[in-house]
Design a protein around this ligand. Structure first.
Ligand SMILES: NC(=O)c1ccc[n+]([C@@H]2O[C@H](COP(=O)([O-])OP(=O)(O)OC[C@H]3O[C@@H](n4cnc5c(N)ncnc54)[C@H](OP(=O)(O)O)[C@@H]3O)[C@@H](O)[C@H]2O)c1
Length: 182
């Protein structure tokens, strides 16, 4: 990787918005580290470019999150931008509302982001710069039909980012909250 090439780490890059973002950043000349559980899909995304690093990761495993971030740190290249895209969506209302679905949704959508921020923030602070972008959802602003397990996880993310913004500002780090429709 060229010394001044920027590095974006996209978590939840094996499909959808994360995969599209990865391709967009690679085309714009960034080095792109792509994470998700499905290593095969990440490799397919990365196959036709020398711009990608495939970094398999399950965000529900705090040991894996810590190890991946330590790997960036030890390699002397923490991401300039980290985009947290990982998401789990059980479409439905009362028909899908179980403790199991709700806990699983919270674990991936909310606690995964917490794990990443907890481990990355001190290292970015030490470096003196860095940007974390959290993909939440408009459904976090008010309860929508078909989002009984999903919406509360996105509300939690919005609240978390609002709460943490002054801490990032104080040390010169950037925190963005992105709320696509639905
Ligand atoms: N698409 C929309 O219209 C829309 C609207 C509002 C908000 N959003 C939000 O935008 C984000 C991306 O949405 P999308 O539509 O692109 O969804 P998607 O295609 O289903 O992608 C979700 C990504 O999350 C990853 N993921 C799920 N569980 C994971 C885990 N335990 N560890 C690591 N990665 C995990 C998936 O990869 P693996 O399965 O390989 O792990 C996949 O790469 C989500 O947070 C979603 O809530 C999307």
């Amino acid at each position: 990787m060229a010394e001044h090439q920027k590095l974006v780490w996209i978590i939840g890059a094996s499909s959808g918005i994360g995969a599209s973002l990865a391709q967009l950043y690679a085309r714009s000349g960034w080095r792109v580290a792509v994470s998700a559980r499905n290593e095969q899909k990440l490799k397919e995304l990365a196959q036709d470019a020398t711009q990608f690093d495939v970094v398999p990761l399950d965000v529900t495993d705090s040991g894996q999150v810590a190890a991946v971030i330590q790997q960036f740190h030890d390699g002397g290249k923490l991401p300039d931008l980290t985009v947290y895209c990982s998401g789990l969506y059980y479409p439905g209302g009362i028909d899908v509302l179980t403790e199991e679905h709700s806990v699983a949704s919270m674990d991936t959508n909310y606690f995964g982001a917490v794990r990443v921020i907890e481990k990355l923030f001190p290292l970015l602070k030490e470096r003196g710069n860095g940007h974390i972008a959290i993909i939440s959802s408009l459904s976090g602003y008010c309860g929508l039909p078909e989002a009984a397990c999903y919406g509360p996880t996105k509300a939690a993310l919005i609240n978390l980012c609002e709460s943490l913004k002054p801490d990032f500002d104080r040390v010169g780090l950037e925190l963005s909250l992105v709320n696509p429709a639905l």
